[in-house]
Design a protein around this ligand. Structure first.
Ligand SMILES: Nc1ncnc2c1ncn2[C@@H]1O[C@H](COP(=O)(O)OP(=O)(O)OP(=O)(O)O)[C@@H](O)[C@H]1O
Ligand SMILES: [Mg+2]
Length: 471
């Protein structure tokens, strides 16, 4: 099996300096590299949880508020061991550099650095990754029966989850497509991984691809691959997701986001079990089990003519539905325990508990972001409670709930706010804009209210303006 190839290497930058984002962006674009930037580690976690497989390299600052580069590194080593990390450290701080390397960073770049030096090190890291992938691919082709993967812990005892779990052995034993419907963050991907792991393809690859994130012109290449010269810009052969998943499982996330022409091709691939690369006349047999997900209401999409009904029927031999967290609240304590254990172990902390008041809050909350949001909150609580063994309400809800006891109407507004927004970035933006509104645009006061610096507010506003989010 060939190592996964990507058109353009994708790099995640984690640094709180806005300037660095701009600099990296310009520099990397010029060198044919793609960049996604985050301002802090918590944001990076969110991005990685959603699409770690789309990155080739992470470059992170050492010193950051809330969660520093070392903690982020620990997380990546545990959850995404294939992902390489380069740490940016202060020039004078040799200990930081040493600790970064001891903890699994592959390189460090002392500040200040020249642009050539940076590009050189990044290229070296990318080359090393390609080599590694080739070795792993050869090794796994040789000993495809050995199984060393960690077992997935899928938590839940609510009757609907129990029913879901009960169906899994039958689903896993089959190779027919699976369709998983559920709101964002309900656990569709972990379920897909579990099905893969329980199946006889467990030692084969598990490839996840998010259809909503693919550049429109390249969807077909990403799915089926293309031949060099198939179109302008196809400068090299590209291996598609189906080919990479050969002998294993392919997760097609947000399947409803591909357009009708591609849907027709997908249908054919599922029927014939063979693919044709863009620009090739040859068909190639593949052995892939497809699991598709969507957080949209599919019958609506079908009724509107946005999704082919025949593809839906082909995909949903096993239609599974994961309920939103608010419909299985009895699982909240189990999930909280599970995530506390996960993050305390990850950060090498003694096991913690949540304060009863915090558990009450959790039990009353309606979880618009579902299990992912709960996991983020617990992770945040574990980190912010520092050396205390009890996680308090303030450790989790501090930024989002500026007042200790908000008035009813205020509380309602904030609930609405939280149900509208999904990512930490959006929450942050909403909080900043709200604080400014409440203080008649006094940046100093708004900063005080939020416990951040006025400089940060200025920087953020500039960014929102650049992104066209405010005028
Ligand atoms: N039942 C569960 N037990 C343990 N962890 C879970 C469970 N459900 C979800 N999680 C965790 O919650 C996070 C979100 O789950 P996942 O990524 O599978 O959601 P998703 O439905 O694919 O979300 P999206 O629609 O945004 O892609 C993951 O870190 C996952 O491991
Ligand atoms: Mg997902």
């Amino acid at each position: 099996m060939a190592a996964p190839q990507r058109e353009v290497p994708h790099i995640l930058l984690v640094d709180d300096e806005h300037l660095l984002h701009t600099l990296f962006e310009r520099l990397f674009t010029r060198h044919g590299l793609r960049l996604t930037s985050c301002y802090n580690a918590l944001q990076a976690l969110e991005v990685l949880k959603k699409e770690a497989s789309s990155f080739d390299l992470v470059i992170t600052d050492f010193k950051m508020p809330d969660m520093d580069g070392l903690e982020l590194l620990a997380y990546i080593r545990q959850e995404h061991p294939d992902l390489q990390v380069i740490m940016i450290t202060a020039h004078a701080n040799v200990q930081h550099a040493v600790r970064a390397m001891q903890n699994g960073a592959i390189d460090y770049i002392p500040k200040p650095f020249s642009t050539e030096e940076l590009v050189e090190r990044v290229q070296a890291a990318l080359a090393r990754r390609r080599e590694q992938q080739e070795v792993t691919a050869r090794r796994s082709a040789r000993s495809s029966r050995r199984r060393t993967k960690p077992t997935i812990e899928y938590v839940g005892a609510h009757p609907t989850i129990q029913r879901l779990k009960a169906m899994l052995p039958r689903v896993a034993a089959n190779r027919a497509p699976v369709f998983i419907q559920g709101e964002s963050g309900t656990g569709k991907e972990i379920l897909a991984r579990l099905i893969h792991q329980m199946s006889d393809r467990a030692s084969g690859p598990f490839v996840a691809i998010n259809c909503a994130n693919l550049p429109r012109e390249l969807v077909e290449s990403h799915l089926f691959g293309h031949r060099k010269g198939a179109f302008t810009g196809a400068i090299e052969d590209m291996t598609g997701a189906f080919e990479r998943a050969d002998g294993g499982t392919l997760l097609l996330d947000e399947i409803t986001e591909v357009d009708l022409a591609i849907q027709a091709k997908l249908l054919r691939v599922l029927q014939e079990q063979e693919i044709q690369k863009v620009g090739s006349t040859e068909a190639r047999k593949i052995d892939v089990r497809v699991i598709a997900t969507s957080n949209r209401n599919l019958s609506e999409a079908i009724a509107k003519g946005q999704f082919r009904e025949d593809l839906y029927h082909r995909l949903s031999v096993f239609p599974l539905s994961v309920p939103p967290l608010r419909e299985r609240m009895s699982d909240v304590p189990l999930l909280v325990d599970h995530f506390i254990k996960k993050y305390c172990e990850l950060y090498g902390l003694p096991l913690k508990q949540v304060a009863p008041a915090l558990m009450d809050r959790f039990m009353q909350y309606h979880w618009p972001g579902n299990v992912r949001q709960l996991e983020n909150y617990v992770q945040r609580g574990v980190l912010l409670s520092a050396d205390r063994t009890v996680i308090e309400v303030e450790d989790v809800f501090n930024d989002f709930f500026a007042d200790a006891e908000p008035a009813r109407q205020d509380a309602q507004e904030k609930e609405d706010l939280l149900s509208r927004v999904q990512t930490i970035e959006e929450m942050e933006r909403e909080m900043i804009l709200r604080a400014l509104k409440e203080t008649n645009n006094n940046q100093q006061l708004a900063a005080q209210k939020l416990g951040i610096s006025a400089r940060t507010i200025r920087n953020k506003l500039k960014r929102y303006r650049e992104q066209g989010l405010i005028s």
